[in-house]
Design a protein around this ligand. Structure first.
Ligand SMILES: *Cc1c(COP(=O)(O)O)cnc(C)c1O
Length: 368
């Protein structure tokens, strides 16, 4: 029998979260962002839940191929565009729309032989300073692209650095709107945080939104808001089982480095889950975990293959827990109780994104 750890991908939750994104920006088309293998869920496993989107946005050409193999004939957008000239052949063959963010990509496109002109998303660097043409160079890039026979429609896109925080998007959107005011073409600005927090702002007129993390049931602005407040559901649940129990006396310690010491006698469970499964080693004693759907806490250091959990709250709640009991590391327990991935991420000093993307190969996935 394999180790009892498993990741579940919830199709209903994906569908629900997608509907939430639509409701947050009615009359706007939605790119479901499925980069990084659908934030660690698996492109194939999220396809059913997200096929109601208007298009799929991603980075890897290999993932674009997989989306096409699933039978998706709608728009597919490469968020970083092409990396080398021969990628353009695949764009022609698979009808991929691609971002153009630098002169080198325009050079490659100008030399590309294609029967069918390409649909382009021209990217402005409005302050993030990763990809895109600065406002002073944006229009000349647009003009150059617009003259190429290889180019069909040009859409205009930018990405916010602070849609989730105090600084907000005001400066970036003002710059974007000013620079693009008299240019034709569809516009796309908002990621999940932009969509949930700013899409109702009338300056943020957009034809396309690009939610990623919210589709997967993580709040882009946690802890200011949590998924319950945004009405989002976890799309991934990481579950395992208790494979041993121990009775601790006062003064007994747990795990490597003896970092936890019992100050009362207590019963603990040992869970088949460790950092080699993608559970963050930075989670200290006290990180929330569900045993039999009851919220309790981890004890001591996370080891490669195991963690220890306090069984006291479960027993107190009348649950007979022990060998074989279900443990939910994040997501939804079988009884429906939810432990948001954001809480576990916060305990590890990171964000839900990183945890979803880091579930390791040895964890089996099930779609439900
Ligand atoms: C990843 C990404 C998104 C999605 O961001 P979330 O914060 O996950 O919603 C949107 N646009 C671009 C360009 C991205 O790279």
């Amino acid at each position: 029998m394999p180790r009892p750890i498993q990741a579940f991908v919830h199709t209903d939750a994906l569908r629900h979260n997608l509907a939430r994104m639509r409701a947050a920006a009615p009359d706007t088309r939605v790119w479901a962002v499925v980069k990084a293998n659908a934030y660690g869920h698996g492109v194939e496993r999220v396809f059913e839940g997200l096929r109601g989107a208007d298009g799929f946005a991603l980075l890897d050409l290999e993932e674009a191929q997989r989306i096409r193999s699933l039978g998706w004939r709608g728009p597919v957008l490469l968020l970083e565009g092409v990396f080398e000239a021969r990628d353009l052949e695949l764009c022609s063959r698979l009808d991929l729309w691609h971002t153009v963010h630098c002169d080198e990509q325009i050079d490659m496109l100008s030399r590309h032989k294609t029967q069918v002109p390409h649909r382009i998303f021209l990217k402005m660097n409005s302050g993030m300073n990763r990809l895109g043409f600065t406002p002073t160079r944006f229009r000349s890039a647009w003009t150059r692209l617009n003259q190429l026979p290889q180019v069909d429609e040009i859409s205009l896109v930018t990405h916010f650095s602070d849609a989730d925080g105090a600084k907000g998007i005001a400066e970036q959107i003002a710059l974007f709107n000013k620079t693009t005011a008299d240019l034709p073409g569809e516009r796309s600005t908002c990621n999940s945080a932009g969509l949930l927090r700013h899409a109702s702002d009338e300056t943020v007129a957009a034809d396309w939104v690009r939610p990623g993390i919210a589709l997967y049931g993580s709040a882009p602005d946690f802890p200011e808001r949590n998924i319950a407040q945004w009405d989002l559901q976890p799309s991934m649940s990481l579950r395992s089982r208790i494979i041993a129990t121990q009775e601790l006396n006062v003064g007994d310690t747990v795990g490597y480095g003896s970092s936890f010491t019992a100050n009362v006698s207590m019963r603990i469970g040992i869970v088949a889950c460790g950092y080699a499964d993608g559970y963050p080693r930075h989670c200290a004693t006290g990180t929330s975990v569900l045993v039999d759907g009851v919220r309790t806490r981890t004890l001591g250091r996370v080891s490669m293959d195991m963690i220890a959990v306090d069984l006291t709250p479960c027993t107190a709640a009348g649950h007979e827990v022990g060998f074989g009991s279900e443990v939910t590391l994040w997501g939804k327990a079988s009884n429906g109780t939810v432990l948001p991935i954001d809480e576990v991420a916060q305990a590890a000093g990171t964000v839900g994104y990183e945890l979803m993307c880091a579930v390791s190969n040895r964890v089996g996935f099930t779609q439900d």
